[in-house]
Design a protein around this ligand. Sequence first.
Ligand code: HEM
Length: 413
Amino acid sequence: MTTTQEAVTAAERCTPEFRRDPHTVYAHLRTAAPVCPMRPPHGNDTYLITRYDDARAALSDPRLSKDMYGAMDAYRRIFGDSSVALDDNMLNSDAPKHTRLRRLVNSAFTPRRVEALRPRIEEIVRSLLDACPAREPFDLLPAFAFPLPIIVICDLLGVPPEDRSRMQHLSTTVAQTGFGEEAKRAQQQAEGDLHAYFTHLITAKRARPGDDLLSALIAVRDNDDGLTESELVSTAFLLMFAGHKTTAYLIGNAVHHLLSHPAQLRAVREDPELIRAAVEELVRYDGSVESATFRYATEDVEYSGTRIPKGALVQIALSSANRDPQKFDRPDELDVMRPGNAQDAHLGFGHGSHYCLGAPLARMETQLALTRLFERFPGMALAGPAAGPRWLEVPFPAFRGLAELPVVLDPAG
Ligand code: HEM
């Protein structure tokens, strides 16, 4: 990477080189153009924020709105016309609506409910690993990293087991679209199907409540307030969508990086208590959410001396902030014993009022998945091409994940 223009183009177009190594591009931009104007294929003027201090401030800047209804034209250009029906949720709203929705959902999605999932997650991890081949190379993503969070989130919401693969397919289609008309059509179709599915499931849960989060969300009351039908459907969708690929890709990235850094893996194996700090470091080093969801400026704002005009979209590169040398020593080194890497140091789960609601669940799933995997298969090794891993192709840097993760669990067995 030589010029700033090349760096901007790489980030704007999400080129294959950028997918392989976004960190070199971000390092260039943090120095040369920390708040850089871009014109990505979705056609909206967008400003990319890459420094840690700017990113952290922008994530909680009330002048940068998450209310998609205010930026309707921009959203239509990116996501097409029909996405509104599922967007009546906290991620797409500002205070006071956001505060209200988050409070109502929090009163059902409690730390106790999350902690109660621990034995079930252990059981899912065990049965998925039981089904993996020990000696032949296979792709760990579809066999382990993807099913684990989808089963957990379906169990949590009360989605019947026979509908899991449909949920996985639909939420994958919603997440994996490009900017073309065909991609938008597929996304809209999947959104319509999810809307119909959750509407139906909510009706069934109203009639016969279960011991699940969706039934609890239906029952939530705060004085006279509760979630409307539209908010319930959108919240169920948000939890499914936000809790699935994010966790799956993090598990994949984490396994890949630990197997590529034997001394780091040894440290985690020798001290199982280290797994908590290790997961935080893995989120910082190469987390699965590369950029926060879009915000748009409701007035002119200024970051690092650059004016972002009213109406522009703002893309906050969490992956870049997490490698900013102004914040982290030796940012490009994976160090599971990094001093002071407390949960709130990195921005991998966001910051401010939209901070990830599911972070405790994501942490627990990832910690258990890594612990049991490496405990059970001490000789596990990467089995991918010598040329290095294949990273996911995405139209804009939202998710950061592997396209495949070939491994052998027990090469000497
Ligand atoms: C929000 C990351 C797993 C539910 C966010 C945000 C980030 C994030 C960065 C903030 C987005 C923004 O400000 O634009 C992650 C990562 C995960 C993960 C890296 C896994 C490794 C989960 C899980 C759930 C979940 C398992 C639920 C079951 C949510 C929700 C929000 C959110 C509901 C919106 C919060 C709000 O707007 O107030 N997540 N997430 N996430 N996440 Fe997660």
